[in-house]
Design a binder for this molecule. Structure first.
Ligand code: FES
Length: 259
C-alpha cells in the first residue's frame, strides 16, 4: 500500500528512523563507556546523542502517524500492530527523556538502567515496524505487471448511484481504491467490464486494492486469499468468507457504482 507520506512514492518514515535508532543506541553505548573508562567526555557525547535521538524520533513520528491514519488498512491485524508499534515508540522516547532529565553523575546507574529498557523497546518496536513493512507491505508501492500506478480517490459520503471513474480510466486488471465516506471500495477493470468490491479481506483485513487482480480474481497481498471480483466468492483461503460486491454500470463514458 503506497504511503501517504512519500517522496515520489518512496515512504518518508523509513528514511528517518535510522537516525533515532543510531542516536539512542549510541547514547547507551557512550554512557556505558563513561562508566567503564571513567572518561567524562563520553558522558557529554551520550547527552548530545540523547537529545538528538529524542528530537529525530519525534520528527520520524510525523510520517509514521500520517501512515497510521492514511495507509494502514482500518480494522486489520496491521492496524493493531501499527498501534502497538507507535505506543512502544512513544513510551521509549519518554523513557529516554526521563533519563536525560536525571542526567548527572550521581544517577549514572539509574540512567543506564532506563536507557537499557529504552533500547530493548527500540528493538521490539523495530521488529514490529519490520513486520509492518515486509509482511503487511505498508508503504510498499506495489506494481505487478500491467497494474499501473496506485490510483485512489475520495468521494463525499453519499448513497445511491455514484460516479467513480471515466470509462477508459482503468486498463485491464487495473484497480482504483475509492473512499466514499468511511467505506473503502475497489473498482477494477477485468477486461470484460468493471467490478466493484469491498477493500477489506475478511481474513485479517488486508487491503485488496494493494493486491493483484488477474482474470477477474483478486488476491490479497497479506496471505494470498483469492476472491471472485464479480460475485465476491472466496476462491482460495485462508479467508473463509466472501467479500461484499457492489453493482456497477457504465453509461455515456462514465462508470457508476451503487452503494
Ligand atoms: S488478510 Fe490474510 S489473506 Fe487477506
Amino acid at each position: 500500500m503506497r504511503s501517504k507520506a512519500n517522496i515520489k512514492g518512496h515512504p518518508i518514515h523509513p528514511i528517518l528512523i535510522p537516525f533515532p535508532i543510531a542516536f539512542l543506541i549510541g547514547t547507551l553505548v557512550f554512557d556505558i563507556l563513561r562508566v567503564t573508562t571513567g572518561n567524562s567526555s563520553y558522558w557529554q557525547t551520550g547527552g548530545y546523542l540523547e537529545i538528538a535521538g529524542i528530537i529525530t524520533a519525534l520528527i520520524a513520528a510525523i510520517p509514521g502517524v500520517i501512515d497510521y491514519f492514511g495507509t494502514v488498512p482500518p480494522d486489520s491485524s496491521g492496524k493493531k500492530r501499527a498501534a502497538t508499534h507507535g505506543l512502544v515508540n512513544l513510551t521509549l522516547v519518554v523513557v529516554f527523556a526521563i533519563a536525560y532529565t536525571l542526567r548527572d553523575d550521581s544517577s549514572v546507574g539509574l540512567i543506564i538502567a532506563l536507557e537499557s529498557v529504552g533500547t530493548i523497546m527500540l528493538f521490539v518496536s523495530g521488529w514490529l515496524g519490520g513486520t509492518l513493512a515486509y509482511r503487511n507491505q505498508i508503504g510498499v508501492d506495489i506494481r505487478y505487471a500491467g497494474a499501473g500506478k496506485w490510483n485512489e480517490a475520495h468521494i463525499a459520503n453519499s448513497s445511491g448511484l455514484i460516479e467513480v471513474a471515466a470509462a477508459g480510466e482503468l486498463k485491464t486488471d487495473q484497480m482504483k481504491l475509492i473512499h466514499i465516506g468511511t467505506k473503502r471500495i475497489v473498482l477494477g477493470n477485468t477486461g470484460k467490464g468493471y467490478v466493484a468490491f469491498e477493500d477489506r479481506c475478511c481474513h485479517k483485513g488486508g487491503s485488496l486494492a494493494g493486491g493483484a487482480m488477474i482474470c477477474g480474481t483478486v488476491q490479497c497481498p497479506w496471505h494470498g486469499s483469492q476472491f471472485d471480483c464479480k460475485t465476491g466468492a472466496v476462491k482460495a483461503g485462508p479467508a473463509k468468507d466472501d467479500i461484499a460486491v457492489y453493482p456497477v454500470q457504465e453509461k455515456d463514458g462514465v462508470v457508476y457504482i451503487s452503494v
